[in-house]
Design a protein around this ligand. Sequence first.
Ligand code: ZN
Ligand code: ZN
Ligand code: ZN
Ligand code: ZN
Length: 174
Amino acid sequence: MRTTPPPGARPRCGLCGKTKALMETECCGRLICDDEDTYVAFSYARNSCSRNHRRFTLCGYHHAESHIGSWKDCSLCRHGFETELYVWYGTNEYNFEKLEGPPSYEPTKCFRCASVIRLGEEEYAVLGKRYTCAKCMAMEMDAMLRRTPASSRQRTRATGSGKKPGRGRRVRRG
Ligand SMILES: [Zn+2]
Ligand SMILES: [Zn+2]
Ligand SMILES: [Zn+2]
Ligand SMILES: [Zn+2]
């Protein structure tokens, strides 16, 4: 169903309200910013209305996967994600219409520090059923980086002549 704007009103993006460079979404025929070219590849920025709607909503997903009927009662969509993500995809601000009566779910918690991870909005790592929050991920990475150079430094010192390493002075032979 399309909503016609009141007479005299300028067409606007249904998400952010801007009136410049609009297009119709393929999935639901709504007016939206034609701004996908502002997205920088792999930047993971969420500054493009059309991209956000296409990538981060059930409406966009449902259309991209060629499901039939409405995304709101589509069982393929319902089972395509874990409940938390399903609800996020169906109710975030990139939707024109939100999922009504979204199912409830247990919050996802980091298996290391037990803090709640909001799957749609935060970074995390998942291994099987174990979720790790971004903080713990960074700490793990840190510990890993610290471990490696420390051990190799020790080895160098043990076998070295005890001299301080030269300051970039190099003697070339031949
Ligand atoms: Zn917009
Ligand atoms: Zn749509
Ligand atoms: Zn679907
Ligand atoms: Zn954590």
